[in-house]
Design a protein around this ligand. Structure first.
Ligand code: NAD
Length: 224
């Protein structure tokens, strides 16, 4: 039986992905900074991530779904603290997890990593410059690691969702939410189970010749 570690699994997309993988018969370890989970972990703390992997064995699948929305402000109005915290969680946290998991998985000769990036990282949303930069970083990290790990049995891909109906969206400003919704040709937000379906496939044995790739799931918004 495969074991999946889902980061940010307390709610939202991470929780939906955990439920979807469990339904496939995968043993799921749910982790988050807060909430009723199996492992409480702040991904922005490098030493804590290393300590976790030093004391665990048998993680086959990693899904990095922890994230914060960051400030809804112009870059010119963004504080150092807002910038640093968003990068610490969204980008540094994904880096710490990917680095530790990739070492762990390469030693075992098989692994799957899925990073939850965002269409904001491809397009650069106005009034979300900090978040967009953090997710662009996740995309670059995924592309580099896909190439580096290609011959190890460890496959690493990212997804770039558009607007998905989770609590995170409720933290966006009304203007940002309306602007994002207006860009979706399907005219609606995505639902967490729709994203979980894509991730379940990406971390399965069925994916064998795709790594360092970015998969869109945006109701038709993404054009490249
Ligand atoms: N909802 C969307 O429209 C959307 C679109 C594109 C990408 N995403 C990305 O999808 C991922 C999941 O977002 P969501 O919509 O489910 O949001 P959410 O707020 O519902 O869930 C995010 C989870 O991450 C956890 N988290 C935050 N900081 C953490 C930390 N330092 N360490 C560990 N866990 C931490 C939170 O506690 C929460 O459970 C995020 O990376 C987000 O950027 C979301």
């Amino acid at each position: 039986m495969r074991t999946a570690l889902i980061i940010g699994a307390g709610k939202g997309l991470g929780l939906a992905i955990a439920e979807r993988l469990a339904a496939d018969g995968i043993r799921v370890i749910r982790s988050d900074i807060a909430g009723n989970v199996d492992v409480t972990l702040d991904v922005s703390k490098s030493a804590d991530v290393e300590t976790f992997f030093a004391s665990t064995s048998g993680v086959d699948i990693l899904v990095n779904s922890a994230g914060i929305a960051g400030p809804s402000s112009a870059v010119t109005e963004t504080s150092d603290a807002e910038w640093h915290r968003t990068i610490e969680v969204n980008l540094n946290g994904t880096f710490y997890m990917c680095r530790a998991a990739a070492r762990h998985m390469a030693a075992r000769g098989w692994g799957r990593i899925a990073n939850i990036a965002s269409i904001a990282g491809k397009e650069g949303n106005p009034m979300q410059g900090t978040y967009s930069a953090s997710k662009a970083g996740v995309i670059g990290l995924t592309k580099s690691m896909g190439k580096e790990m290609a011959a190890t049995g460890v496959i690493i891909n990212a997804i770039a969702p558009g607007l998905i109906d989770t609590e995170m969206v409720s933290h966006m400003s009304e203007a940002n939410r309306a602007r994002s919704l207006g860009k979706i040709p399907m005219g609606r937000m995505g639902q967490s189970p729709e994203v979980a379906e894509l991730v379940a496939w990406l971390v399965s044995d069925k994916v064998t010749f795709s790594t360092g790739a970015v998969y869109d799931i945006s109701g038709g918004r993404a054009t490249y």
